[in-house]
Design a protein around this ligand. Structure first.
Ligand SMILES: [Zn+2]
Length: 245
């Protein structure tokens, strides 16, 4: 099974991935990049810092996070997060931690095994879209168990019985010959970004066509702590690889 990718769909994707076009999205994107840089720099000390704030560098991370934190009274009745992230359920991929956005009202998180596109994930993103959140990030990661399950099924031809729906979803996102789990993870992100950008959901469609919400594609490296963003050209290439099968 492969995915249909159309010229119009790619045009919409390019528009939606143009983060610079919308100032609030650009600002949110910059804060995520800065937050991840601080996390990479300080992650060794991160946990001890949260406990005792002993390291000066880690304090920088803590200060950054604190600076973004709202007063509790401000969020009693509503939320105003400027980022929404679809990430894997993996306990090492916690968006608030890897972007140094630790606290309330910062990141609207949607998570499932493999950060796959499902109807439920799509509808969950309606909430931040309805709260003027300017940036959505699709954040995949390397060493992902769901990707391993898909890769194993491809290598052994044995149907996965534990996560059949997840693996079937992933089977569609990467060219058949790809059996490397990390590659499947990248293809999945490209696929998910495309599907959000071309969502028929009325709220999502409205914010994307109205240029009120942008989408960034990302891969998180558990070993280094670094989040690498994928540009439109790379995402497009992967989508075409898959659709030309
Ligand atoms: Zn995972």
């Amino acid at each position: 099974m492969t995915m249909n990718v159309s010229e119009e769909g790619l045009d919409r994707l390019q528009m939606v991935m143009n983060v610079d076009e919308f100032a609030p999205a650009k600002k949110a994107f910059g804060e995520l990049i800065k937050g991840n840089e601080l996390f990479v720099k300080n992650r060794g000390e991160y946990y001890s810092d949260v406990k005792n704030s002993s390291s000066e560098e880690a304090s920088e991370l803590y200060q950054f996070s604190k600076g973004l934190n709202p007063e509790l009274a401000e969020i009693e009745h509503h939320q105003t997060p400027t980022k929404a992230v679809l990430a894997c359920s993996d306990s090492r991929v916690t968006p608030g931690v890897i972007f140094s956005h630790v606290g309330f009202n910062m990141i609207f998180e949607v998570r499932n095994a493999g950060n796959i596109f499902t109807k439920e994930a799509e509808e969950s993103m309606v909430v931040p879209a309805s709260h003027d959140t300017p940036l959505m990030v699709i954040c995949g990661h390397y060493k992902c168990g769901a990707m391993n399950a898909c890769a194993a099924q491809r290598k052994t031809q044995q149907m996965n019985e534990a996560m059949p729906a997840t693996v079937a979803n992933l089977e569609a996102v990467a060219p058949k010959g790809i059996t490397d789990a990390d590659k499947i993870a990248e293809y999945n992100v490209a696929n998910v970004v495309y599907r959000f950008a071309n969502s028929a959901n009325p709220v999502l469609k409205s914010v994307f066509t109205g240029k009120k919400m942008k989408i960034a594609a990302a891969m998180y490296d558990i070993d280094s702590g670094k989040v690498n963003f994928m540009d439109f050209a790379l995402v497009k290439k992967m989508l075409l690889d898959n659709s030309h099968e």
